[in-house]
Design a protein around this ligand. Structure first.
Ligand SMILES: [Fe+2]
Length: 368
């Protein structure tokens, strides 16, 4: 289809919206595809009731049972989202896991520590992504109790986003990806006296245990290649922005995978032009489910929102700036939110274990 207009459109999306009017973006392919901007006399969230599963959901993951270890939250055939809680271990209690079901992306919400892999040691702290490709065994060794929002990639591998016009070093420099340290790990395992002789392998949700007669991290004396676990910290990311017009969430893409993307929202200045939208625009992300995990910062856009919460907006739910965000943006010149978004091409199913943490009245907060 070619670009076409009717009535009185704006010249530039998310900017110059006539006083008293509202812009709604209707787009395909998660902001990458065909898109139209409708200028409306009323916001697209002007429903008087929503009855059914397309209500927007909010879960308070702080209420999850930490003792459970791990809890799957949402899933489909391409991606599964979990919360994982890992306690400090005695060195002799450390175990090794290998996920044959898919790549794992651990986002550290709380805690810090080390991850041992055959490729070497990685270190993590709050705000850090730890990416472990499928079937590479690894051991978390926390220095303090740690909490992770985990994205399990079931059909593909995590890749860097196309940076196109802005060049290879935008968003994050490839050099910001922290690589495993092999020599440091050998010394550290010796210092800790760690001898792990079993690998628990998960495949199709079932566990198979492989036993060995010596430590599973002691064999590698060297390696080379472009497949290895790595980390990326939010502090080493450079969010894109335009001072003139609001950019779509896709500008904040951190990793791409088949049928979903992972985006990172970071503190940044708000748009400076007087006629620019400073809050997320009303939109129908027509063919994507949207999940947002709130990590840290001042979530000025909402009441009663705190770190450790997760929102889930199913496709088919038109939304935009939360009514409270419109009121509270006021004279603000910057946002200080830290959040991780997962946009899924296919509908996500809610796991029973997370339903108990749902804020049942959340959907009503959208009524303006
Ligand atoms: Fe959205």
């Amino acid at each position: 289809m070619h670009h076409y207009t009717q009535g009185k459109p704006t010249r530039q999306g998310h900017k110059g919206i006539p006083e008293g009017c509202f812009e709604e973006e209707q787009g395909l392919k998660g902001f990458f595809g065909p898109v139209s901007h409708l200028i409306k006399s009323k916001p697209s969230t002007r429903w008087t009731d929503i009855d059914g599963p397309l209500r927007p959901h909010m879960y308070d993951l702080v209420k999850l049972d930490r003792a459970a270890g791990s809890q799957r939250l949402l899933h489909n055939n391409a991606v599964a989202l979990h919360m994982s809680f890992i306690d400090v271990l005695e060195p002799q209690s450390a175990t090794s896991i290998r996920n044959a079901d898919g790549d794992l992306l651990y986002f550290c919400h709380k805690g810090n520590g080390e991850v041992f892999t055959e490729y070497g040691r990685l270190q993590y702290s709050p705000g850090q992504y730890v990416v472990v490709p499928r079937s590479l065994h690894h051991t978390f060794f926390p220095a303090e109790k740690s909490e992770f929002f985990v994205v399990e990639n079931l059909q593909s591998h995590f890749e860097e986003p196309e940076r196109g016009l802005v060049g290879r070093h935008a968003i994050y420099d490839p050099n910001a990806l922290q690589k495993p340290e092999l020599e440091a790990q050998h010394a550290r395992l010796k210092e800790l006296g760690i001898e792990i002789k079993e690998i628990a392998v998960k495949r199709l949700g079932e566990t198979t245990r492989f036993s060995y007669d010596s430590c599973v991290y002691s064999d590698v004396v060297g390696w080379k290649g472009d497949l290895y676990p790595f980390t990326l910290h939010m502090d080493h990311m450079m969010p894109l922005m335009s001072h003139r017009a609001h950019l779509p969430p896709s500008a904040h893409t951190t990793f791409v995978a088949r049928d979903f993307v992972v985006c990172t929202f970071l503190p940044r200045p708000l748009e400076k032009d007087d006629d620019a939208l400073k809050v997320p625009f009303y939109h129908q992300n027509i063919d994507y489910d949207e999940v947002l995990f709130y990590h840290d910062g001042d979530f000025f856009s909402r009441d009663n929102l705190h770190a450790g919460m997760m929102s889930f907006h199913p496709q088919g739910f038109p939304h935009g700036p939360h009514p409270k965000a419109v009121k509270s943006v006021g004279g603000k010149t910057e946002t200080s939110e830290y959040a991780v978004m997962v946009d899924s091409r296919w509908p996500l199913h809610v796991d029973a274990g997370v339903e108990q943490t749902e804020l049942k009245q959340y959907w009503k907060s959208w009524q303006g």
